[in-house]
Write a protein that binds this ligand. Structure first.
Ligand code: ARG
Length: 467
């Protein structure tokens, strides 16, 4: 075999690939990061080969020792990756075989097709756990900010127009709910990632008596009862990337949630709103305008949503129309998957850090929340409590709002006589509606922004998140 020729070309090929072919087809430049999983998978495979008598005890030990040493070298940055060996799988196997003759037996009953599927699954399992941890930390940061400013009220907006007053905590907890659904989606995705494909070979398994369940057990592919989970169709197992699509879909929706949070924070940090102040360390300056303090973390989080959504579309497009089973196209899955995982995780982490360095301008919020118009619906409810049909009450309050506008004063400053001129059902007690504290106390139902309910929700999340 020629020196620069990978083992996959041994025997049948007269020589190595042309230089630009090697460059076009290599994946080592990005799949090297699967080295830990590749080694772990190989060790489990070797243990199984020993169990079924393909490897002697000494051979297996030599393989494990060799893989261990290679792993330590990679970890220390001393391993020489060879692009001509295409990918992480062949780089490690070739180096192992160079060191120990037993290495030549390692690939028994295995193909890179089931090997790469295994490596990605192992890698994604860890990623999901890590991302979920970060998600929880972001949820905690939101809850802590809500707790710290638990009395702060804000206008809630629909159509970006002031609608009704809400506690800041209620607004923040909306994102905690969204992130909780993201976390549930990740957990659901995990259950389908956590299935062992090894033993599927290139497409059709093996004639050797491979013990797939043994390998699955060693690698922790277990169900809730501790029973091994292995893929049930070898053709599906080597061509399936649904689990990667599912992860990218969950990451895309998470990114969309982060983008919406980012947008709220960007608005709130603007002079126009001025509801929050982001600490200097988490903002950037302008190269031209000395007065600028820009919310770049939030903007980049919003911006990076584009690539996370793009990665999902790229993966779906990659899979569409692929004939069974493994096709080299599938090598294109990794960069998209890695990028979604990296981007989602970094965005979640930075958003949490930024929130921990954000203060709320309570005075400005109080002025905004004090806008009496926010309680126009409460005034309609007042009439409803007196027995008026809501549609009539809506009309009457609409008239009161128009009158206040005409007289150039806020809604809560209309006199009883002025209110009565609009509708005789208004009495002297109508204006008590504008007591914001009482107004917030009235919103009692589950999920409403009432004083007690928001406190209950904060307590529920604190307990759930251990915050
Ligand atoms: N580098 C390849 C990938 O990422 C590994 C599997 C290659 N299999 C093959 N038959 N060429 O998909």
């Amino acid at each position: 075999m020629k020196k620069n020729s990978p083992v996959s070309r041994s025997g049948r090929f007269a020589g190595g690939p042309a230089a630009d072919v090697a460059r076009f087809t290599e994946s080592i430049s990005f799949d090297w990061r699967l080295w830990r999983q590749d080694i772990l998978g190989s060790m489990a495979h070797a243990a199984m080969l020993k169990k079924i008598g393909v490897l002697t005890d000494a051979e297996e030990k030599a393989i494990v020792r060799g893989l261990d040493a290679i792993g330590r070298e990679i970890s220390a940055g001393n391993f020489q990756w060879k692009p001509e060996l295409e990918d992480v799988h062949m780089n490690i196997e070739a180096e192992l075989t160079r060191r120990t003759p037993a290495g030549a037996k390692l690939h028994t009953g295995r193909s890179r097709n089931d090997q790469v599927a295994l490596d990605i699954r192992l890698w994604l399992r860890d990623e999901i756990v890590a991302l979920d941890d970060e998600l929880m930390s972001l949820q905690r940061a939101l809850v802590e900010l809500g707790e710290k400013y638990r009395d702060v009220l804000l206008p809630g907006y629909t159509h970006l127009q002031r609608a009704q007053p809400v506690y800041l905590a209620h607004h923040l907890l909306a994102y905690v709910e969204m992130l909780e659904r993201d976390s549930e989606r990740l957990a659901d995705c995990f259950s389908r990632v956590n299935v062992c494909p090894l033993g599927s070979g290139a497409i059709a398994g093996s004639t050797l008596p491979l013990d797939r369940e043994f390998v699955a057990k060693l690698l922790g592919f277990l169900d809730q009862n501790g029973k091994p989970r292995v893929t049930q169709n070898s053709m599906d197992a080597v061509s399936d990337r649904d689990f990667a699509v599912e992860f990218c879909a969950a990451a895309a929706l998470l990114a969309v949630h982060l983008s919406r949070l980012a947008e709220d924070l960007i608005l709130w940090a603007s002079s126009e709103f001025n509801f929050i102040k982001i600490a200097d360390a988490y903002t950037t300056g302008s190269s031209l305008m000395p007065q600028k303090k820009n919310p770049d973390i939030a903007e980049l989080t919003r911006g990076k949503t584009g690539r996370v959504v793009g990665n999902l579309v790229a993966l779906l497009t990659l899979l569409k129309g692929l004939p069974m089973t493994y096709n080299r196209d599938l090598q294109e899955d990794k960069e998209r998957l890695f990028d979604s995982a990296d981007t989602a995780r970094a965005s979640v982490r930075l958003m949490a850090a930024m929130l921990r360095h954000t203060t709320v301008n309570e005075r400005v919020c109080a002025v905004a929340a004090g806008d009496a118009a926010l309680l126009a619906t409460d005034l309609a409810d007042y009439l409803v409590r007196k027995g008026m049909p809501f549609r009539h009450a809506h009309h009457a309050v609409g008239g009161a709002v128009a009158l206040a506008e005409k007289l150039g004063k806020p809604l809560n400053e209309l006199t009883t006589a002025e209110l009565k001129s609009v509708n005789p059902e208004f009495d002297a007690d109508a204006r008590s509606v504008f007591d914001l504290k009482k107004a917030m106390a009235r919103r009692k139902g589950t999920g409403m922004p009432g004083t007690k309910e928001v406190a209950r929700q904060l307590a529920r999340w604190r307990k759930k998140l251990g915050a």
